[in-house]
Design a protein. Structure first.
Length: 94
């Protein structure tokens, strides 16, 4: 079952701070800060994240740098880049 997208930050958008959510959030812009979620964070092809992430699932098509904790799985697409400083990922698929 595919989760319904609840929030979308388009390319050209920049956000700094803390985000908490359930469901699915897609970021195609830039996010810096912390994210806590019982949901899925999707980083689109133009998305860049520099953050501490604690999420259920992470899908990376863009760039993620920071501390990543994923409770269920991490997917890194062919153009995706993940620089995980914490190393607490499960179910990584490249």
């Amino acid at each position: 079952m595919k989760a319904e997208l609840q929030t979308f930050l388009d390319s050209g958008t920049s956000f700094e701070g803390k985000i908490s959510f359930t469901g699915s959030v897609r970021i195609d812009g830039h996010f810096r800060g912390t994210a806590n979620a019982d949901g899925t964070l999707i980083v689109g092809e133009t998305g860049t994240i520099d953050a501490k992430l604690d999420v259920r699932c992470l899908i990376v098509r863009g760039s993620v740098v920071g501390e990543v904790t994923a409770k269920e799985r991490v997917e890194v697409g062919p153009q995706g880049r993940l620089d995980d400083r914490a190393g607490r990922r499960r179910g990584v698929r490249l």
